[in-house]
Design a protein. Structure first.
Length: 148
């Protein structure tokens, strides 16, 4: 796991990213993926008050809400970055939301299976992660979402 510093954030360069939803996405093999908030997702949401993720095994479609987020700066749907079947939800996060702030990469939220191999093609690829992250940081700064 290689971390690179980018605009004051630590970025894992071995992961995919969903820049629209501020999530990291990790391939696990055999059409399985895990995902969680990336450093910008943690920052732009603010302090999490509640994160509810429906954990029943079911099919989801990319962009479809699979739960909800209630945070200091955002209240709304928690959307899936990929289409697939929900196979696991990290129940430990619900009882310890602070884990997201301690290490967002160690705190996965959802695991999907049966993800089509073409699905990750819309995500930010690992080779472009740092450059795309820098662009996203600047975009958030211009929008006034980031204070510094």
């Amino acid at each position: 796991m290689e971390l690179v510093e980018c605009k004051g954030y630590r970025i894992r360069v071995d992961l995919y990213y969903d820049g629209e939803r501020n999530l990291w996405v990790q391939p696990l093999g055999d059409g399985r993926f895990r995902f969680g908030f990336d450093p910008l997702g943690v920052e732009v949401n603010g302090t999490l008050a509640q994160l509810i993720i429906e954990d029943s095994p079911r099919r989801v479609v990319r962009g479809e809400p699979i739960g909800s987020v209630e945070a200091e700066k955002f209240v709304g749907p928690f959307e899936s970055p990929l289409s697939g079947r929900v196979t696991a939800v990290n129940a430990a996060v619900a009882s310890n939301l602070g884990g997201v702030y301690e290490d967002c990469y160690a705190t996965w939220l959802v695991e999907l299976a049966e993800v089509d191999e073409a699905e990750p093609s819309h995500l930010i690829q690992p080779a472009n992660a740092v450059a795309e992250f820098a662009i996203r940081v600047e975009r958030f700064k211009k929008a006034g979402v980031l204070a510094w």
